[in-house]
Design a protein around this ligand. Structure first.
Ligand code: ADP
Ligand code: MG
Length: 261
């Protein structure tokens, strides 16, 4: 019984989004399982970021419903801040960390552990940051400690800090929108490893990337968006990377078009 009713990490029901006359999202129905990594793919302008921004409280949908871990989201009161309280954490490329601050300070930005007088519990924050970085996400940066400043970290390592932070704050769902843009191959591998840790920790993730081979490596399932509509949901076990690539190209070239007259 308990297993049967275990809610999804995320559910979107009949989500519509207009920007003025632009129909950015149409009838979006999707779910992400409790411990599922979903690759969200589709051409530029397909609506991927809009979907994520609705999910993370940046944009309000024109209509539709949103559920996080079975809890219906009150969209009237939903914003980037309250999204955290529902268990949604977003990792944006680079923008989410303070360059000149230490790794441990970044870990607790906006959510400091304080004593009754309001002083930050430095020792405890450092201990937790160290524990998460080493054990939860397997961070192995040479010469990097929780006291290192972020500016010393490589691009992939920065993503690791952001992902570790999201995992520490009990996220139900971690959203990564193009996390590997501008990273070297070696750095990309670090990020993909961190995503595997999300899976191992029993959490859920939506992973958006233009690099199909990266998405293919980490995702359990792919949701394909085309001009604001979900056109496919494909289990990794049912497709090869090549098939998926061909499928996407057919949409990109307009060979598949549900709206053709
Ligand atoms: N803030 C906005 N105002 C107006 N139109 C927008 C806005 N954000 C996105 N759009 C439009 O919505 C559509 C989907 O965009 P987006 O979600 O950014 O796609 P993707 O992330 O898949 O490239 C595009 O046609 C885009 O121009
Ligand atoms: Mg985008």
């Amino acid at each position: 019984m308990a297993e049967e009713s275990a809610p999804c990490a995320l559910q979107m029901v009949n989500i519509e989004k207009y920007f003025g006359l632009v129909h950015a999202l149409s009838n979006i129905n999707m779910e992400v399982g409790r411990n599922e990594i979903v690759g969200l793919i589709g051409d530029n302008g397909a609506g991927k970021s809009t979907m994520v921004k609705i999910l993370t409280g940046v944009h309000r949908p024109t209509s539709g419903e949103l559920y996080v871990a079975g809890r219906k989201v009150d969209l009237d009161r939903y914003n980037v801040k309250t999204a955290h309280s529902y268990g949604i954490e977003t990792v944006y490329q680079d923008k989410s960390l303070g360059e000149k601050q230490t790794l441990w300070r970044n870990f607790f930005v906006g959510r400091q552990i304080t004593n009754r007088l309001g002083f930050i519990k430095v020792g405890e924050e450092k201990r937790i940051a160290r524990e998460i970085m080493l054990n939860t996400i397997g961070f192995r940066g040479r010469g990097i400690t929780v006291d290192s400043t972020v500016s010393k970290l490589s691009g992939g390592e920065r993503q690791g800090v952001a992902i570790g932070r999201a995992m520490h704050f009990e996220a139900e769902l971690i959203v990564l929108d193009e996390p590997t843009v501008a990273l070297s191959l070696k750095e990309v591998h670090k990020v993909l490893n961190f995503v595997h840790k999300i899976k191992e920790a029993g959490k859920a993730c939506i992973y958006i990337s233009h690099a199909l081979h990266d998405v293919y490596e980490v995702a359990d399932r792919f949701i394909v968006l085309d001009r604001g509509e979900i056109v496919a949901s494909i289990e990794k076990g049912n497709t090869t990377l090549k098939e998926l690539d061909t499928f996407l190209l057919e949409y990109a070239h307009g060979l598949k078009d549900k709206r053709e007259s």
